[in-house]
Design a protein around this ligand. Structure first.
Ligand code: ZN
Ligand code: ZN
Length: 351
């Protein structure tokens, strides 16, 4: 089969023939119909994460937002059969540890990250292996297109889990979203769908326009305003919930600083090579005002149904974010285009 292979960090992916995946006893093979192209792929391709010993391997296939049809099934798989159309979450649970069994497969003690580690090659390929399929394969509702699910990708599931399951946003609450790239825009859209009043923060007017179209009630350009002051002026006392989609020291601090008393910060963006995983926080003020600081990663595979239900009901329409569908041969160039932010909305590989 053909796949786009990472040979050297930052060098164009090599579109070439590779071995077909065989299903492990607990796994299935999915014929990929569509796979979102994500900034996480770009970070992986660039070789970021060396400081955390978290670089992807080389001679490796990236791609972690696939949907498609099951074409081969391992001996021990019970609930997935050939011909099933499925979505594949990037945070794959083992299905057997205490985290997975208690509904927290995204923090699985023995999980695999699709398209980021040797044990789970990715989906910039004609076919992809899905391990522990009984736990991780999410059957698609009738009429839901693979392309839309791929656009849902990691960005919507991550935003949804952060706001609905972690921060538990209530209708009418003020939600600030710092950074309006893929996951930030998704957070704006999800917060709006949850009935919140949404403030989008970015330094780029184009990104803020897209945020307004996605459901933001107010926008703040961080290049022109002191962000916490601007949010206090809009809300009166600060946001109820604030989400940092970027992971920069400044956006994380702004997110905490813009909260009202007993507000909730939720961290979604991972830090950059500048922060190396550490950000200074106003802990005394957080104690005084009982501010919560939550981490959030992906979404438990067992809660995918909620998101697919919203899609089926028409409450979420990730398809409108798709700016371009590309073939496998174009993936190396489209990944490179992310270096200069020269991309059109969400770009999706389709076969
Ligand atoms: Zn597990
Ligand atoms: Zn992604």
């Amino acid at each position: 089969m053909r796949a786009a292979v990472l040979r050297e960090y930052g060098e164009p992916l090599d579109v070439t023939g590779v071995a077909e995946p065989d299903p492990e006893p607990h796994g299935v093979v999915v014929d990929v119909e569509a796979c979102g192209i994500c900034r996480s792929d770009w970070h992986a391709w660039q070789g970021h994460g060396e400081w955390a010993d978290d670089r992807v391997p080389t001679d490796f296939v990236l791609g972690h937002e696939p949907a498609g049809t099951v074409v081969a099934v391992g001996d021990r798989v019970r609930s997935v059969t050939e011909g099933d159309r499925v979505a594949v979450p990037f945070n794959l649970g083992c299905g057997a540890c205490s985290e997975c069994l208690s509904g927290h497969g995204n923090t699985c003690l023995d999980g695999r990250a699709l398209g980021f580690e040797r044990a789970a090659p990715g989906a910039f390929a004609e076919r992809v292996h899905l391990p522990y399929a009984d736990y991780n394969a999410m059957r698609l509702p009738e009429g839901v297109a693979a392309r839309d699910v791929a656009a849902l990708g990691c960005r919507f599931m991550t935003a949804y889990h952060a706001l609905e399951h972690r921060a538990v946003v209530g209708a009418g609450e003020w939600v600030a979203v710092h950074g309006c790239g893929g996951v930030g825009l998704s957070a704006v859209h999800v917060a709006d769908a949850l009935g919140a009043r949404v403030i989008a923060v970015d330094v780029d007017d184009g990104a803020l326009e897209r945020a307004s179209a996605a459901g933001a009630d107010e926008t703040v350009n961080g290049r022109e305003m002191v962000v916490p002051d601007a949010i206090e002026a809009i809300t009166g006392r600060g946001a109820h919930v604030s989400l940092d989609a970027l992971g920069r020291a400044e956006t994380c601090r702004n997110s905490v600083d813009c909260l009202r008393e007993r507000g909730t910060h939720v961290q979604v963006g991972l830090t950059t090579d500048a922060e190396k995983g550490e950000v200074s926080l106003p802990t005394d003020a957080m104690t005084r005002w009982e501010v919560d600081f939550l981490g959030s990663r992906g979404m438990p595979p067992t809660r995918y149904d909620e998101l697919l239900g919203l899609l089926e009901a028409g409450d979420l329409d990730p398809g409108v974010l798709v700016g371009r569908e590309v073939g496998l041969d174009e993936v190396p160039e489209r990944l490179a285009a992310m270096t200069t932010y020269d991309t059109e909305g969400v770009e999706v590989l389709t076969f």
